[in-house]
Design a protein around this ligand. Structure first.
Ligand code: HEM
Ligand code: HEM
Length: 180
């Protein structure tokens, strides 16, 4: 049986899964690159990997915006989480993931725009630059881009932990909605 395009009450459809796993890959790229920078320090591999950070992060913001809109559009047709404590915790946890996934790249791009410096998107001119720095645009990311990114990574860790709990402790069908 071909996988459905749209979500239904029991499983996520093909587009939702593509967006979920695409986001996972791109976020893994971002975090591994910054991890390499912290562990290896200045080296050609760091220069290459971190050199893609702004462009990949910009793609991520776009993918996550599409994902959030697709999620809102499908809200009523998605698999339910129930109303008890764990159902509410799942909804709240997913909301936290969305908020952080949007805020982390959005603040960084705002800082980039407000820095007055040019930015390329995979080698193409993207932000012109040339103006003076606008501090209300640069201050939020200076204070919180890296910090909130690590908070996002911790939230992802909690999400994966719950996936394991569903699969191996509670042994229910929840994980098959996105993977089976
Ligand atoms: C969801 C997408 C993104 C994630 C997960 C992410 C994650 C990170 C992480 C983990 C760090 C390291 C913080 C540290 O050193 O402790 C970092 C730093 C940085 N990121 Fe991103 N980033 C994203 C998007 C962007 C975008 C779109 C830009 C620019 C257009 C950007 C620009 C920077 C810069 C300039 C730094 C170094 C300065 C700083 O830590 O604030 N990032 N990012
Ligand atoms: C970058 C890391 C990840 C993020 C940001 C993320 C985010 C999300 C979000 C927001 C949902 C709710 C459905 C939606 O709106 O798409 C979800 C569902 C799900 N994710 Fe992830 N996820 C990540 C990684 C993973 C990984 C690594 C696994 C598997 C080990 C996984 C397995 C699942 C499963 C099984 C569901 C369905 C659970 C349910 O219906 O409540 N996710 N994920």
């Amino acid at each position: 049986m071909a996988m459905r395009w749209r979500d239904d009450g029991f499983r996520y459809g093909a587009l939702t899964r593509l967006l979920h796993w695409g986001t996972v890959l791109l976020l893994a790229w971002q975090f591994t690159g910054m991890g390499v920078k912290l562990i290896v320090g200045k080296a050609p591999i760091t220069a290459f990997w971190v050199g893609t950070h702004k462009s990949v992060g910009t793609v991520l913001l776009l993918v996550i915006l599409i994902r959030a809109l697709w999620g809102l559009y499908n809200m009523k047709t998605r698999p339910a989480h129930g109303g008890g404590f764990w159902g509410l915790a799942a909804k709240a946890g997913h909301l936290v993931l969305y908020v952080l996934m949007l805020i982390v790249p959005a603040l960084a791009l705002l800082r980039q725009y407000g820095s007055g410096k040019p930015m390329e998107f995979f080698g193409l001119p993207f932000i012109q630059g040339g103006g003076a720095e606008t501090s209300w645009m640069t201050a939020p990311a200076n204070a919180a881009h890296g910090l909130l990114a690590w908070v996002l990574l911790a939230a992802i860790g909690g999400h994966v932990l719950m996936v394991l709990v569903h699969r191996y402790v509670w042994k229910d069908d929840t994980t098959r909605r996105m993977m089976g």
